[in-house]
Design a protein around this ligand. Structure first.
Ligand code: ZN
Length: 435
């Protein structure tokens, strides 16, 4: 994973194009939208698609029925569609029950959702676990309906809720050791760009990158619907979770905000590695403590699992008004922000993958480096590696401290410490300790 040349502009464009391609698909937590999304991702990376039957018990939850929405509209008496999911799939409350009736605005009103504070935006609403129906529209559209008086409308949700299965995708990239890094993202939201699609795109590009390099650790990517997806995955893979040593939930990675990292519940290496990368990036960023609200870290970090999983995002969901509205569209994200998120995620993976513990084979006083072929002049930076880093590595490599520990204690970059360790290893002054 040492040398990678990344054309940032090209990567950004690719990430953005993938999002634009997935954006129109009408997704829900289970059904054809998720399947279509996974099939598209399969053309990028060889994910395996799993189907878990409706009704399967997963801890305290049950795998839900599928939702397939073919059409949904509100028509006036001239036959004009006032609200139409062909304009935006956010117009129908996700997972609405099938419904077809004529009704007056007064009866229809309790089923209409809008945002008074953002009159042009359409909110995103769901009704996964409650049998209900509804429409979302802009407040401007709603006011137009109201201005017409209490007229009669044809209301139709041509949808099917039926037994089937919950679909999720998984990609496993084996390394030299079985210990794993878990990477997860959500795949259930309909036309929302930052929330869901940016995470999918970064995860897909990261998987593609990792599949082309030498890996020490193993990597497991899961593409899952929100909440029920991680609950289901953990339920089916419980015996396996002891191999997960690091993990990241990837979400909201395409907006203009600075990177935010939410730490794991247990305080793991991943927290230190992300902090190291962000600190040394020179870019503005924020690190927040764990809390049991947010994305799938809620499940991975539940007390029965307590996995070392944090959440990498840009602006947290509570920090942008566009969240869960039609304004989280293709204009809200930019290729450069997506590329920046990807590069930082790769930097995190690189440190995780290269982190090792060594033992100094000449621990009594400093070795005479010249005798071992390491010709250094003190106070001068040697080419390719750093004199000070050599001293730190020799001093702290007592079989206890990892390269990450040494980097943190010395204030040096992980890659500088790694270069020094490689050099000392080559000259037989260090020995790698078994994991
Ligand atoms: Zn969401």
């Amino acid at each position: 994973m040492d040398n990678y040349n990344f054309d940032l502009e090209l990567a950004g464009r690719g990430l953005y194009e993938l999002i634009a391609d997935l954006y129109p698909i009408h997704r829900s937590i289970a059904g054809p939208g998720v399947r279509k999304t996974l099939e598209k991702l399969k053309t990028y990376v060889p994910i395996q698609i799993f189907e878990v039957p409706t009704g399967t018990r997963v801890f305290d939850w049950t795998v839900p029925q599928e939702w397939d929405c073919r059409d949904a509209y509100i028509k006036d008496d001239t036959g004009t569609r006032i609200v139409d999911i062909h304009n935006s799939n956010l117009h129908v409350v996700n997972h609405s029950i099938p419904f077809h009736a004529k009704m007056f605005l007064k009866e229809l009103k309790p089923h209409l959702h809008f945002l008074v504070e953002h009159p042009d935006w359409v909110p995103y609403r769901t009704s996964y676990f409650e049998r209900n129906w509804g429409f979302c529209l802009s407040h401007r559209q709603f006011l137009e309906l109201e201005a017409r008086g209490n007229l009669e409308y044809e209301v139709c949700i041509d949808a099917e809720i039926k037994d089937g299965s919950l679909s999720y995708g998984e990609l496993f990239l084996p390394g030299k050791i079985d210990e794993e890094v878990l990477l997860s993202c959500h795949i259930c939201h309909p036309s929302l760009a930052n929330d869901n699609l940016s995470g999918i795109a970064v995860a897909t590009y990261l998987a593609d990158f990792l599949s082309g390099v030498d890996r020490y650790l193993s990597y497991r990517f899961i593409f899952i619907p929100a909440t029920i997806g991680s609950v289901t995955w953990l339920s089916l893979n419980e015996s396996h979770t002891s191999l997960i040593k690091h993990g990241l939930v990837l979400a909201g990675l395409g907006d203009a905000g600075r990177i935010t990292y939410k730490k794991s519940r247990c305080g793991a290496d991943i927290d230190r590695v992300v902090a190291h990368v962000l600190r040394n990036s020179g870019d503005s960023h924020e690190i927040v403590e764990f809390s049991p609200a947010g994305y799938d870290e809620r499940q991975f970090c539940s007390p029965g699992f307590n996995l070392p999983v944090g959440c990498l995002m840009r602006t947290p969901t509570t920090g942008y008004a566009q969240y869960h509205t039609s304004a989280d569209d293709l204009n809200f994200i930019q290729p450069s922000y997506l590329a920046d998120s990807l590069v930082k995620t790769i930097a995190v993976m690189k440190i995780l993958d290269q982190n090792r513990v060594y033992r100094n084979l000449q621990p009594k006083c400093e070795p005479q480096l010249g005798k071992h072929g390491l010709h250094l002049s003190y106070g001068k930076k040697a080419t390719g590696f750093d004199q000070l880093a050599v001293q730190w590595v020799l001093n702290l490599s007592d079989g206890q401290n990892s390269l990450l520990d040494i980097a943190e204690r010395s204030g040096l970059l992980c890659e500088t410490v790694k270069a020094a360790a490689d050099k000392l290893n080559q000259h037989k002054l260090l020995k790698e300790c078994p994991q």
